[in-house]
Write a protein that binds this ligand. Sequence first.
Ligand code: DC
Length: 230
Amino acid sequence: MEGKKFVVAIDGPAGAGKGTVARLVAQRLGYLYVDTGAMYRAVTWKALRVGADLTDENQLATIAANLSLNFHEGKEGYRVLVDGQDVSEKIRDEEISQKSHYAASSLLVRQVLWAKQRQLRVKHHLVMEGRDIGSIVFPDAQVKIYLDASLKERARRRYLQLKEKGLPADLEAIKKEIALRDERDLHRSIAPLVRLPEAVYLDTTNLTIGEEVEIIVNVCRQRGAPDPSK
Ligand code: DC
């Protein structure tokens, strides 16, 4: 009988660059990349759209349970579809970033999304990123990475991203916003972000994306990551 599918769990604070790195690692290994933050964002987007009360976790959990979520790599990169609609850009809105903590701090919502996340391992080797992947979703993940960077560096990267898109950006405001998100991720009672002792700790402050990918892919190979093309 075939064993459990291989999971690379990548956790870490907002703005550490998990998305970019996880996606590249998934491409290198030929595994499915899953952005779990996009799931909490998608629930929040839908809730705002239908005028639900974000502080009512029953409403949010019902939305989460009925949401049809699809992820795929398209010509324009990684796309997130909610009920067939492409919301990839919409879920990155500042409003969604600021309000997703309602869905993220609800146990009912998390239980629904945990089930969806675990279901993906039935068929796929995964590179999954978020806050609680190594701690709760897949405590038996073959590889666990904690991706970190200083607050200053994370704010600087976000600032440059916004500037690149021609959007207004204020470095000090971004720093405060990220610090607030850290506070919420680290100190919520349900599924807080934790640095597990068994996770490989990677401080990316002074690393390039290429170097980060190389380090993670090497850890995966050392742990016997299967090659799906063989
Ligand atoms: O990584 P992100 O900024 O896209 O995450 C969006 C929100 O979801 C943020 O409030 C943190 C939360 N989140 C979480 O609680 N657990 C995860 N596994 C992923 C994201």
